[in-house]
Design a protein around this ligand. Structure first.
Ligand SMILES: Cc1ncc(COP(=O)(O)O)c(C=O)c1O
Length: 385
C-alpha cells in the first residue's frame, strides 16, 4: 500500500518508553533535553507578539513565491547588522528550516543522489532525506582541541552522485562553528566539484565568544544555500517562519533562484499574518537572545563547578548553540545509561548515539534548561559515576 520511503520503524525506542513510564509514576523529572524555548521560563513581550499578528494588511492576499518583500527586507537587515550584505532578491521565505531543506534537496537531487552530512549532528536529517529520496552519507567530525571536520574522510566520501555538503554552523550538539580555514577548504572541495554547500545557521547568533562568526550567506565561491529562522533566532518556533538564501557564482545563483521560485510557487506555504510580523519578531530577538545567553552561561558555569568537584566526567568545549556534550565513562551503551538515569535518578538526557557519536561515553544536555533543574539533573548524572 505504501511507498518504501515511508517504511520507517515506527515502534517507540527504549528511552521514549522509559520516559513514558517515568511520567506515569508522577515522580519528579529533571529533563535535560528541553529545546522548546517557549517552555523554559523566558520572558516574551506577548503584547508585541500579538500586535504584530494583527496587521490589517493581512486581509489582502498577495501571493509572492519568495515571500513578502517587507519580511525579506527585515531579514536582509538582520544580516547587514552582522556585516553581511544579502540582496533581498536572494532570500526566500519558508515555514521552517526543514521546509527549506526539502526545497534544496528537491532542487539538487535526483532520487538516490547523495548529500554529505556531519557526524555527530542533528537527527532530523534522516527523515528529511528519506522523504525526498536523498541518500545521506556521513563525514566525520573529530575532537582535537575543539571539533574539526575530517576533510580527508569528507573527500573520500564524495562519489559521482554527491550533490552537496551540509554544514551546521554552529553544529548541534557539538556547538562548534565552521572557522574561516574550514570554510575555505570547503570551497576548495565544492567549487571545482560542482557541489553545493548547504549551511544550517539556526544557532548562528548564540556564540559564547566575543567573535562575530561570519555567515555562509556571504559565500560567493561555491553555490551556497544558507538557512535560518525564527524558531531559534527569536525563540518563536510556533510562528513557523524561516528563510533560505542563495549565494555563489552569479550564473549558478540565478539559475538556482529561478528554480527554487518554481518550487516555492507550487506551495505558497507562508501565511500573510506571519510574514507581516517578521520585522517585529526579528526586532524582538535581542531581548530573547540576551536571556537565553545568560541562561546558557549560568548553566555552563554550574556544570563546570560540579565537574571540578569530581574526576570521572568532563565536558567538551562549546563555542555556541544550546547544547553541551558530557564525556562520561563508557561502561555501558549510552542508551542503557540514559534509560538507567531515567529509571534510577529521574534524569532525562540524550545518549550520544541519537546524534551519531562514533562510540559510547557521550551524553547531550540542553543548556537552556531552567537553572534549578539543570543543576539538580547534572548533580544526579555525576553521582551515577
Ligand atoms: C540544527 C537544526 N536545524 C534546524 C532545526 C529546526 O528548525 P525549524 O524549526 O526552523 O525547522 C533544528 C531544531 O532543533 C536544529 O537543531
Amino acid at each position: 500500500m505504501f511507498a518504501d520511503r515511508t517504511s520507517w520503524n515506527l515502534a517507540t525506542n527504549r528511552l521514549a518508553d522509559a520516559l513514558a513510564r517515568h511520567r506515569a509514576t508522577g515522580k519528579p523529572l529533571f529533563d535535560l533535553t528541553v529545546s522548546n524555548p517557549t517552555e523554559c521560563g523566558f520572558v516574551y513581550d506577548h503584547d508585541a507578539i500579538l500586535r504584530a499578528l494583527s496587521n490589517p494588511a493581512a486581509a489582502i492576499y498577495q501571493p509572492e513565491p519568495r515571500g513578502l518583500a517587507t519580511a525579506r527586507r527585515a531579514i536582509a537587515e538582520y544580516y547587514a547588522a552582522r556585516g553581511c550584505d544579502v540582496p533581498v532578491e536572494d532570500i526566500l521565505l519558508t515555514t521552517s528550516t526543514s521546509e527549506a531543506y526539502s526545497f534544496v534537496f528537491r532542487l539538487l537531487c535526483n532520487p538516490g543522489d547523495e548529500l554529505l552530512i556531519p557526524a555527530p549532528s542533528y537527527p532530523l536529517f534522516d527523515f528529511l532525506a528519506d522523504i525526498q529520496d536523498v541518500k545521506l552519507i556521513r563525514y566525520p567530525l573529530f575532537y582535537d582541541h575543539g571539533w574539526q571536520i575530517d576533510f580527508h574522510a569528507l573527500e573520500q566520501a564524495i562519489t559521482p552522485r554527491t550533490r552537496g555538503v551540509i554544514v551546521v554552523h554552529p553544529n548541534n550538539p557539538t556547538g562548534h562553528y565552521t572557522n574561516s580555514a574550514a570554510m575555505e577548504r570547503l570551497n576548495e572541495i565544492c567549487s571545482p566539484g560542482n557541489l553545493a554547500i548547504i549551511a544550517d545557521e539556526v544557532f548562528l547568533d548564540f556564540s559564547l565568544t566575543q567573535e562575530l562568526h561570519p555567515s555562509f550567506a556571504a559565500n560567493r565561491q561555491s553555490l551556497t544555500f544558507t538557512m535560518s529562522g525564527l524558531s531559534k533566532i527569536a525563540g518563536l518556533p510556533q510562528m513557523k517562519a524561516a528563510w533560505l538564501i542563495t549565494s555563489g557564482p552569479e550564473q549558478w545563483k540565478s539559475e538556482a533562484r529561478a528554480r527554487l521560485e518554481v518550487i516555492a510557487d507550487a506551495y505558497l506555504s507562508m501565511n500573510a499574518p506571519i510574514q507581516l510580523a517578521v520585522p517585529s519578531f526579528l526586532q524582538q530577538r535581542h531581548a530573547f537572545q540576551e536571556q537565553l545567553m545568560a541562561r546558557v552561561r549560568d548553566n555552563l558555569h554550574e556544570l563546570d563547578r560540579q565537574i571540578a568537584a569530581q574526576d570521572s566526567c568532563a565536558r567538551l568545549e562549546v563555542e555556541g548553540g544550546w547544547y553541551v556534550v558530557l564525556r562520561v565513562p563508557a561502561t555501558c551503551p549510552d542508551e542503557d545509561l540514559a534509560v538507567d538515569l531515567l529509571e534510577s535518578s529521574g534524569v532525562y538526557v540524550h545518549p550520544g548515539h541519537f546524534y551519531d557519536f562514533p562510540n559510547d561515553g557521550y551524553l547531550v544536555a540542553s543548556l537552556i534548561t531552567p537553572g534549578r533543574d539543570f543543576a539538580e539533573g547534572i548533580r544526579r548524572v555525576l553521582a551515577r559515576f
